[in-house]
Design a protein around this ligand. Structure first.
Ligand code: S3P
Length: 174
C-alpha cells in the first residue's frame, strides 16, 4: 500500500486526522515530531531552545529520509517540513501528499492553549501577525510539495477525513 503523507500549518489537524486515516486503512501512524522527540529524548521546544532551529531541521530531514520509502504508513509531518527545498523534493517523489489548508482563524482556534508547545509562535508579541507572515511565506511551498489541497476550514475532523477519503477513492491511490 502507498504511504499517505499529511502536510500543513501548525494546528491544521495533521495528527488527529492522520490517526483516523491510519485506523481506516489499517496503516501505521507515524508523527515526525514525536519520532524526533523520542530519538532526542527532549521536547521539540527544548530542542529549539538548546540546539536551535537548524539542528531541528536537520533532524527533521533525516527522519523524513528514513521513513519516506516505507510502505503502509500515514505520516504526519511538522508544519515547517516545507521550509527546506530538499524536503519538498523528497515529498514530490510521493503520490499521496495531502495538504490540509487552513487559514489564520482556524489555526488560532485549533492551537488554543497549545501555543507554548510551538517554538515558532511562542514568545511572539503578535502571534496573529507571525502566523500571517509564516502562512504567506509557506503557501506556495505547501502547494508545490503536495498532490492535493484539502480545505480544512470550518469543518470538523470527520468532515475533513471524509473529504480525504473521497479523494483517495477517486484517485485509487492506495
Ligand atoms: C513547526 C511545526 C511543529 C514542529 C515545530 C516547527 C513549524 O509541528 O515541527 O514546532 O515550523 O511550523 P506541528 O505542525 O505539528 O505543530
Amino acid at each position: 500500500m502507498n504511504t499517505i503523507v499529511l502536510i500543513g500549518f501548525m494546528g491544521s489537524g495533521k495528527t488527529t486526522i492522520g490517526k483516523k486515516l491510519a485506523d481506516k486503512y489499517n496503516l501505521k501512524f507515524v508523527d515526525m515530531d514525536e519520532e524526533i522527540e523520542k530519538s532526542e529524548k527532549m521536547s521539540i521546544n527544548d530542542i529549539f531552545k538548546i540546539n536551535g532551529e537548524a539542528y531541528f531541521r536537520n533532524r527533521e530531514t533525516n527522519v523524513l529520509k528514513m521513513i519516506i520509502n516505507k510502505p503502509n504508513l500515514v505520516i504526519s509531518t511538522g508544519g515547517g517540513i516545507i521550509e527546506r527545498e530538499e524536503n519538498i523534493e523528497i515529498l514530490k517523489t510521493e503520490k499521496n501528499v495531502i495538504w490540509l489548508n487552513v487559514n489564520e482563524n482556524t489555526i488560532l482556534n485549533n492551537i488554543g492553549k497549545e501555543l507554548e508547545k510551538r517554538p515558532k509562535l511562542n514568545g511572539e508579541k503578535d502571534v496573529n501577525l507571525k502566523i500571517k507572515e509564516l502562512l504567506r511565506d509557506r503557501y506556495d511551498k505547501y502547494k508545490k510539495a503536495s498532490n492535493v489541497e484539502i480545505d480544512a476550514n470550518n469543518k470538523n475532523i470527520d468532515e475533513v477525513v471524509s473529504d480525504i477519503l473521497v479523494y483517495i477513492n477517486k484517485n485509487m491511490l492506495l
